[in-house]
Design a binder for this molecule. Structure first.
Ligand SMILES: *Cc1c(COP(=O)(O)O)cnc(C)c1O
Length: 383
């Protein structure tokens, strides 16, 4: 299911030029207090904006653009991707509930469940990303959380099949779609109820923004808005402006990230030091079939497994790289590399050697390859 004419949508969505003297972009609104002309308007809140935390033209412009992309009824903006995950889960659960969380999930999501949700009497059970969830559903299973692909090990989940089982048992389906973004996968069209995005990554795209959002279908919109409002969440006008600016060029940037990632991967696969690459758009990847069925593209984030190597050899490889920064996050214009430590409770992940994750940035690919090539030589020469 490929979204049609995304570029055209993103060139016009959320623009309010008539309200802003013809300016193409909605300006940054820095507003907490918003004035009412009279008591009647105040009593009925009969104007579009009434308090900064509850929305400004900056946030409204961004929400509208996202709703068009996600096919959602409503979107809420929050200060980080992790806040989007927490808000989405909290909008549905109550004490005594059980939730199913994919075992390959983003590590801080796991900590939120184990440390915070647990205190409120909500039990989290981790399931392997490819598991049949039917036998795991309990009468009190409130939601099934998916992340596809996982951002360390890149397993692709059968979202439509999961949604069918969850919905038949009255549970909701949530998905962290940060890797594909709504450009390459539309969660709601595959049966997801709440689509979650760490806009920090590809939406922002320039390593200068922390933001998240949750987009809801019709049936989940009211609870989401209520929870978001009650928790006092909002995003600054500056951040909304940056996110909307990033969104405009998202399809163009993603196409380049994908192209560079594929070139790097094909090169890495041929290196004797590399055991395998984890990336669902590779025909040899176990997730390829599902990826091909459901996604319209792949992005710049992938992992690769080295053949056994010492910590010292890995450090010699990574520390000497010029074009790859050592850092968390991803989705920006710059290439990154980090060792990945995989923490699972439901299923072990067997790796032949150290696992590294790369975000392929927008540098020229021949420079990136030369950098990795020199790095692998250092790896080989270090015991
Ligand atoms: C980074 C990330 C998040 C969290 O985003 P923050 O803005 O850093 O809180 C959530 N999910 C995935 C898959 C991520 O990579």
């Amino acid at each position: 299911m490929k979204k049609k004419n995304t570029g055209t949508h993103l060139s016009s969505a959320g623009r309010m030029s008539k309200d802003h003297f013809g300016a193409v972009n909605t300006p940054v609104y820095r507003a907490s207090t918003i004035l009412f002309p009279d008591l009647d308007t105040l009593a009925n809140q009969s104007q579009p904006y009434y308090y900064g935390r509850r929305g400004t033209p900056s946030s409204r412009s961004l929400e509208e653009a996202i709703n068009g992309l996600e096919g959602s009824a409503r979107t809420v903006l929050v200060p980080s991707g992790l806040a989007a995950i927490a808000t989405a889960i909290l909008s549905l659960v109550q004490a005594g509930d059980h939730i199913l969380m994919v075992d390959s999930t983003y590590e801080p999501t796991r900590l939120f469940c184990d440390q915070t949700l647990a205190r409120f009497g909500v039990t989290t059970e981790y399931y392997p990303p490819l598991a049949d969830i039917a036998p795991l559903m309990k009468p009190n299973t409130r939601l099934v959380f998916c992340e596809s692909p996982g951002s360390l090990t890149f397993e692709i989940q059968d979202i439509a099949a999961i949604a069918k089982i969850a919905h038949a048992k009255g549970a909701s389906v949530l998905m962290d779609n940060t890797w594909a973004t709504p450009i390459y996968f539309q969660p709601l069209a595959h049966g997801v109820d709440l689509s979650i995005q760490a806009a920090t990554k590809y939406v922002g795209g320039h390593a200068d923004l922390n933001m998240g959002y949750v987009s809801a279908n019709e049936t989940h919109a009211e609870r989401l808005l209520q929870t978001h409002g009650n928790m006092g969440l909002c995003s600054s006008g500056d951040d909304c402006f940056l996110a909307l600016r990033g969104l405009r060029t998202l399809p163009v940037r993603l196409a380049q990230h994908q192209k560079t990632a594929m070139t790097l991967i094909n090169w890495l696969k041929a290196q004797p030091a590399v055991a395998r690459v984890l990336y669902p758009a590779l025909e040899s990847d176990p997730g390829y079939k599902l990826w091909k069925r459901d996604f319209s593209g792949a992005t710049g984030l992938f992992s690769f497994v080295l053949k056994p190597a010492s910590d010292k050899a890995v450090a010699a490889f990574v520390d000497g790289l010029h074009h790859f920064g050592i850092g968390y996050s991803w989705g920006g214009f710059e290439s990154l590399i980090v060792p990945t430590h995989i923490n699972r409770t439901a299923a072990a992940f067997a790796a032949e050697g150290p696992v590294l994750r790369i975000h392929a940035g927008l540098e020229d690919v021949e420079d990136l390859i030369a950098d990795l090539d020199a790095g692998l030589k250092r790896l080989k020469e270090t015991k």
